[in-house]
Design a protein around this ligand. Structure first.
Ligand code: ADP
Ligand code: MG
Length: 256
């Protein structure tokens, strides 16, 4: 059974077409990186998978059911976290919030089991010593690891991350890719990234998105190639595997 199956997906914001005729299959234990220029629809694609944006046409199935019904099987680390860094809350409290996937009740009392689970997850992401630290005192990398732990509270089958290393230094980014590599042994991962380090680490597949899906296949490409084409390495990548090109790359894709 495919973890994600997208057929002929079109998404609009008013007149603007954000996604055009997307067909994509993600299989169990895949680790798919999605790259592409700013405004290329990467975040929109993730939100569509999560059922967070209205779709014009097409279908999205998750593990054999509609994405709305299977939402509970997906863990999500959004691009711009709604967690306010200045809010006085500790690391473990943020992770516990991940347990409240069905609407947040202010007076919810967490069970012993939930607290234990949160502690285990903090251990897994390497933050156990920081459990009681105020989130305002975290580095960018620690903050992202906390959000990953939060997303894991519901024991997802699919983990979706939107630029998890965007404001993270190189060393911590590598830490995060290592962590994702080990999580990938247990779950399927889809990650939007601009970071070429990511695709040279544990990523198994690469997709390039510029409204349409312009490439989906092997991530075996050199760093210079990706650098020179910034996130949309379709022409050179596709050279070796022309049958996997879905649509010609346009000239004006580069990000300023
Ligand atoms: P990416 O994540 O690749 O940078 P997005 O998915 O965020 O791209 O955006 C794709 C396009 O849709 C962009 O042109 C963006 O301006 C537009 N867009 C995104 N979200 C909205 C929204 N809520 N309302 C209107 N337009 C949007
Ligand atoms: Mg985005």
């Amino acid at each position: 059974m495919n973890v994600v199956e997208i057929k002929d997906l079109n998404v609009y914001y008013g007149q603007l077409q954000a996604l055009e005729k997307i067909n994509l299959i993600v299989r169990e234990k895949d680790f798919l990186a999605i790259m592409g220029p700013n405004g290329g629809g990467k975040s929109t694609l993730l939100k569509a998978i999560l059922g967070l944006v209205p779709i014009e046409s097409g279908t999205i199935n998750i593990l054999g059911g509609s994405n709305k019904k299977k939402r509970h099987l997906i863990g999500y680390v959004p691009q711009f976290s709604s967690v306010d860094k200045n809010f006085p809350i500790t690391v473990i409290e943020v992770v516990l919030l991940g347990a409240l996937n069905k609407g947040l009740s202010f007076f919810h009392k967490f069970s012993e089991e939930e607290i234990k689970k949160a502690e285990q997850l903090l251990d897994k992401v390497g933050l156990v010593k920081l459990a009681d630290r105020d989130i305002s005192k975290l580095s960018g990398g620690e903050f992202q690891k906390m959000l990953i732990a939060r997303a894991l509270m519901t024991e997802p089958k699919l983990l979706i991350l939107d630029e998890p290393t965007a404001s993270v230094d190189a060393k911590s980014s590598q830490d995060i890719y290592n962590l994702l590599g080990s999580l990938n042994k247990e779950m399927t991962i889809i990650m939007v990234t601009h970071n070429v380090m990511a695709i040279s680490s544990n990523v198994k597949e690469l997709a390039c998105l510029n409204v349409g899906l312009v490439y989906h296949g092997d991530p075996e490409i050199s760093e210079e190639v990706v650098n020179s084409l910034f996130g949309c390495p379709v022409e050179l990548v596709a050279h070796g595997v022309p049958h996997r090109v879905l649509k010609e790359h346009q000239e004006d894709n580069h990000v300023s």
